[in-house]
Design a protein around this ligand. Structure first.
Ligand code: ARG
Length: 580
């Protein structure tokens, strides 16, 4: 149980000893810190229940609080607000408890199993900014969920199914018609064929092919036919498809690794389509014909916005994106059976998920008590307020974006003592931190503007500021290695108090964050705590402080803040380099 909760229970007990019962006592941070650090507002409520004067109740409670060794500056304001502060000895005790085990200051949630779908990269297509947001938010949510006691599992859910791959293979066929994959009479082992194609080539094929298909009806038809051949596991085509998936997956993995994003499950849509016949069976009672297509009505009585039917099978016989997601639910239920599935996907796909979730419920693909949730997010925009594009107006690939940020962070590493190779590595790590922090700082649903100079500034509310400050704490601790640093024994200034009080609120921050499934609270908190610490650092000469008890306390406090920063940065998926 967090210390804050413990404090609330302690006060609840004190109120009881004063003769009153409160159901839940909430310790509110006071906005008049000169009167007290916390405020208790329960006297007014109790007055109604006990038919007594609120001020008198407050006085009786205050008297009891006086008897406790934890509180000081107890006073009553207005009709019966009780202001209290924490005693220095008690603050030191709290700090030491947290220092011993920072995880003890976290309120764990009721355990449950959550599957988080936050990959969605498409095979043989370059990852783009939308995939970056899924990855950042999803990975951090997964880490947060685990921190709070959930069993959380990440699924990459690669887009490896359907027409795009048909087009890519069609394009390969036009360029390399003599490949054995296209030779019906080939009897050799497909796995031994050397494919003269790199991942880079693959990424260029799809845009070319899809442009051709728009102009050329026969090309389009051929692409479709190939997609069908893949789906039917037809010899040659299916083997080439597998090869392409392998090449692409390797590259996708590398990119996710760089981002410090790791999935427990690496299934693709095609793996989940194994459950298609079961799905069809379960959905059969709801399927309707519509101009050769099969649809399922999902409109509900109270709908205000238009709710078109879910497209189950297109009129050309191919399976829709919705259907792959439905089959996936069955697959996940068979293999993982999660209590909840969170889809961390662009907010613009909300209609898609509404439809899918409604069918999942209607066709009983999930149990009564399973929950599906679309954790949508806003777009990263350019200065024009539209989704961030390349200079020539194309979709910004994730690699291009990472390069832009890398160039900026590289420029800013001015430490001449760092050798060139190391400098590049550090710049890369800082670039990822820059991107991630900027991406997690706004509420996830809000759009934000990509401003590389602002995001990489060492002085602002940025990833580099947090890294720099955290590294500085670490190097102070290294220098203090041989000095006493066991305990916080006394406090000298008001900033130290503020730091400890701020650490007390951490469980509230984590809780808000998991409730909103957004990392902004944690990102803001990290900035607040780090800034407080930096103020303390600037005000004091920690290592040369003459009073030994104070010096020990300061080093211990530094250790505590360092631990919390490291824990929270790690929760956001941000790695702290050794220097920068
Ligand atoms: N592959 C899709 C895309 O790039 C994203 C998939 C998101 N996840 C899902 N279960 N639909 O748009």
């Amino acid at each position: 149980m967090s210390i804050l909760k413990e404090l609330e229970q302690d006060l609840k007990q004190i109120v009881k000893e004063a003769g009153y019962e409160v159901e839940r006592l909430a310790l509110e941070e006071s906005n008049r810190k000169d009167l007290g650090e916390y405020q208790l507002n329960d006297a007014m409520q109790l007055a109604k229940i006990y038919h007594e004067n609120p001020r008198e109740i407050a006085e009786k409670i205050a008297k009891k609080i006086e008897e406790s060794p934890r509180y000081e500056k107890i006073n009553i304001a207005g009709p019966g607000f009780i202001n209290i502060s924490l005693k220095e000895t008690y603050l030191c005790e709290i700090a030491n408890r947290m220092k011993e085990d920072i995880f003890s200051n976290i309120d764990k949630k009721e355990p449950k199993k959550v599957l988080i779908d936050y990959g969605g990269a498409n095979v043989a297509k370059a990852l783009h900014v939308g995939h970056l947001r899924s990855a950042n938010i999803g990975e951090a949510l997964k880490r947060l969920a685990k921190l709070l006691g959930y069993d959380a599992i990440g699924d990459a859910h690669l887009g490896d199914y359907g027409r795009p791959l048909g087009f890519v293979i069609q394009e390969i066929k036009e360029r390399y018609p003599n490949l054995a994959y296209f030779d019906e009479n080939y009897t050799g082992n497909y796995e031994e064929i050397e494919l003269p194609i790199t991942n880079k080539d693959l990424e260029t094929f799809y845009p070319i092919a899809s442009a051709k298909a728009k102009e050329d009806e026969t090309y389009l038809e051929k692409g479709r036919e190939i997609a069908a051949k893949i789906q039917n596991h037809e010899k040659g085509y299916y083997d080439l498809w597998k090869k392409i998936v392998d090449i692409s997956k390797k590259d996708i993995k590398e990119t996710y690794d760089k981002l410090n994003v790791h999935f427990e499950i690496w299934n693709g849509e095609s793996d989940e389509m194994e459950y298609y016949s079961l799905l069809e069976e379960k959905c059969a009672p709801f399927l309707e014909d519509s101009n050769g297509a099969k649809i399922i009505e999902v409109k509900e009585e109270n709908d205000i916005a238009p709710m078109p039917p879910l497209l189950f099978i297109k009129s050309n016989g191919s399976v829709s994106y919705e259907t792959t997601d439905l089959a996936t639910i069955l697959g996940r239920n068979k293999n993982v059976h999660p209590d909840e599935i969170w889809y961390v996907v662009d907010g613009r796909q909300s209609l898609h998920f509404d439809q899918v979730f409604r069918v999942a419920k209607k066709a009983k693909l999930i149990d009564e008590n399973q929950r599906l949730e679309h954790v949508g997010f806003g777009t990263m925009n350019g200065k024009d307020g539209k989704p961030f594009k390349t200079r020539d107006g194309g979709v910004m690939s994730l690699k291009e974006l990472m390069q832009i940020v890398y160039e900026e962070t590289y420029k800013r590493i001015t430490n001449a003592s760092i050798p060139e190779e190391e400098k590049k590595n550090i710049a890369e790590e800082v670039a990822i931190a820059t991107l991630k922090y900027a991406d997690l700082l706004p509420f996830r649903g809000t759009d934000y503007i990509f401003e590389v100079e602002k995001f990489s500034d060492l002085e602002g509310k940025t990833g580099p500021y947090l890294l720099y400050s955290t590294i500085r704490m670490k190097s102070l601790l290294k220098k203090a290695e041989d000095m006493p640093q066991e305990k916080v024994k006394k406090l000298k200034g008001s900033v130290e108090r503020e730091i400890i009080l701020s650490l007390l609120t951490l469980p509230v921050v984590l809780n808000k964050s998991i409730e909103t499934k957004s990392l902004n609270e944690i990102a803001e908190y990290l900035y607040r705590l780090t800034s407080l610490y930096n103020k303390f650092y600037a005000d004091n000469r920690i290592l040369t402080e003459e009073d030994e008890e104070i010096r020990e306390s300061w080093i211990a406090l530094t250790q505590l803040v360092y631990q919390v920063n490291a824990m929270l940065l790690n929760t956001l998926g941000i790695t702290v380099p050794n220097k920068m």
